[in-house]
Ligand binder design. Structure first.
Ligand code: HEC
Length: 147
């Protein structure tokens, strides 16, 4: 099975997660404060911006608008993580998948915005399932339920 097929299967499984775990957070909060400015890696800081963009895009869905992403997100492949061992051989594939879902999301219309938005979040979760599982519960709260 090709890497892409594995990813698609993974995303499908993520989509099959029971709805109750995916229910929206009552409050999606911005988390931009760096408590330890000297300790946060380049990748951590980028991730917080990515989280904030996703939370803003989530609010944008209700207003029927797409939120464009900062081009700094294209640095996801080169930004240095806290621990050099963090990235496994699939990192670049997951990163590219995330960037592709962002591109698709940016050109969303009213008919496909929720789906395209959720695909961005599923791409976050796909990478986090094999890298850095800590933020997974927080990221899951970004998923929008599909009625
Ligand atoms: C290609 C893999 C990948 C993708 C895609 C990805 N992440 Fe991450 N994320 C990581 C890694 C690796 C870390 C750990 C960074 C470090 O330790 O320096 C991380 C860390 C985080 C953190 C913790 C940051 C902190 O405060 O230290 C949050 C929150 C987060 N990611 C949210 C997201 C969200 C939201 C998305 C999607 C919009 C996303 N991630 C997409 C790999 C990814």
């Amino acid at each position: 099975m090709s890497k892409l097929m594995m990813l698609l299967a993974g995303l499908f499984l993520l989509g099959a997660i029971p709805k109750q775990i995916l229910l929206p957070a009552t409050a999606v909060y911005a988390d931009t404060t760096d408590i330890n400015p000297n300790k946060s890696s380049e990748l951590s800081l980028l991730m917080r911006q990515m989280y904030d963009h996703a939370a803003e895009a989530r609010r944008g869905v209700a207003e029927r608008k797409n939120i464009s992403y900062p081009k700094s997100f294209l640095n996801i492949n080169t930004a240095k993580p806290t621990d050099a061992q963090t990235k496994n051989e699939y990192y670049a594939t997951f990163a590219d998948l995330y960037l592709q879902t962002l591109e698709t999301y940016e050109s969303s219309n009213d008919a496909n915005r929720v789906k395209n938005y959720n695909n961005v979040i599923n791409a976050c979760l796909a990478c986090h399932s094999s890298h850095c599982p800590g933020p997974v519960p927080k990221i899951k709260k970004l998923i929008l339920p599909i009625n």
